[in-house]
Design a protein around this ligand. Structure first.
Ligand code: KG4
Ligand code: ZN
Length: 337
């Protein structure tokens, strides 16, 4: 089954072709980071318009890179939510119209389910290692999920305020490092003095698997204000303290989740799972196999949508022609298959 995957939930237009026998064939991505840079965040209307501009040429590109034509497609998977309403609508309308014209099914995919499955893309559909625990860490989500089956999710814990990626982004902004903040903080942290500051590990002193990252960001703000004006060394040292504390907090909760569930596998997914320190610490400190995606499949992309779509479509999942997007969509409301 050849599936075209379309991601357009936020500020990346991602297209990909996944073949259920051969795996990922091609993918193409356009990032809008430069478009939104002057505004300090994603401007929804600009995002939608840019998706409109890029979605058709990127579709042609993935098809020609794979030596395929539209007629070779068996199905189309698109991100139906959660995300920005206008941005989602671009992908959904494009997918539904194209599928209708080709007389093939189009299926709406949950963006976070796709992130969660991305690290398993090379395993096809036979050996997902179920049940397992997943840490979903992106710009909008921080969740620990017990995955019993595809679509059968139990949220073990989540952030009560900022998402982990959001805390990286806001701290980077305080330090004048720009967006997205995660990779910039990680790069600064490499030349920082890890011993100069000790930042708190929020909510680790009590039982439970919820997270809170806004206090960590406020701690960073207070530190920055006490140091102003910042030197290059201050920026590196604050980056290092922040990264160590954020990673430590995530590792402590993951260890608890593995102990609590007895799971043998931890999947880490979403943009923050690209963080090298997080990967290394989890591998060192967890009594479970740690699985993560290649770097280009950690952040938003079309491949994860195509793969999640193929897994669901193979079990017969279908939907009608209406264009239905869900900007807010709890993962626990997904249909188990
Ligand atoms: O999954 P994603 O691409 O988009 C959302 O669905 O949110 O995640 C983006 C987030 C941003 O907050 C970005 O700063 C963070 O992932 N990120 C990182 C790293 N690379 C991206 N955070 C920490 N370390 C990284 N290396
Ligand atoms: Zn994402």
């Amino acid at each position: 089954m050849l599936v075209l995957g379309i991601e357009s939930s936020c500020d990346e237009t991602g297209l990909a072709l996944y073949d259920s026998d051969l795996g990922l064939l091609t993918q193409a991505l356009h990032s809008q980071v430069a478009l939104h840079a002057d505004y300090g965040g994603v401007v929804p209307e600009l995002a939608s318009r840019d998706h409109v501009r890029k979605i058709t040429p990127l579709t042609h590109r993935v098809l020609s890179d794979a030596g395929k034509t539209l007629e070779d497609l068996d199905a189309i998977a698109y991100t139906a939510g959660p995300g920005l309403m206008g941005a989602l609508l671009v992908g959904a309308s494009f997918a539904k119209s194209l599928a209708w014209s080709l007389n093939i099914p189009a299926l709406g995919i949950h963006h976070m389910e796709a992130h969660l499955l991305a690290p398993l893309i090379n395993r096809g559909s036979n050996d997902l290692g179920l049940p397992f625990v997943a840490l979903l860490v992106s710009g909008g989500h921080t969740q620990l999920v017990h995955v019993r089956g595809l679509g059968d999710y139990d949220i073990l814990g989540e952030s009560v305020d900022d998402a982990a990626g959001e805390a990286f982004d806001k701290t980077a902004k305080l330090l004048g490092l720009g967006y997205p903040g995660g990779p910039k903080i990680a790069a600064e942290a490499e030349r920082g003095n890890a011993k100069r500051f000790r930042f708190p590990r929020p909510m680790t002193d009590r039982p439970g698997l919820n997270f809170s990252f806004s206090g960590l960001k406020t701690y960073a703000l207070n530190t920055v204000q006490s140091l102003a004006p910042l030197t290059q060394q201050d920026i590196a040292d604050v980056s290092s303290a922040f990264e160590i504390a954020a990673v430590d907090t995530l590792v402590i909760k993951c260890r608890r989740a593995i102990e609590q569930t007895g799971a043998k596998q931890l999947i880490i997914a979403g943009g923050v799972s690209a963080n090298q320190r997080l990967r290394a610490e989890l591998e060192e400190k967890l009594a479970a196999e740690v699985v993560y995606a290649p770097l280009d499949l950690c952040t938003d992309n079309g491949a994860m949508i195509a793969y999640a779509g193929a897994l669901r479509l193979q079990t017969g999942a279908r939907e009608n022609l209406s264009i239905h997007t869900r900007p807010r969509w709890p993962m626990t409301e997904l249909t188990p298959i």
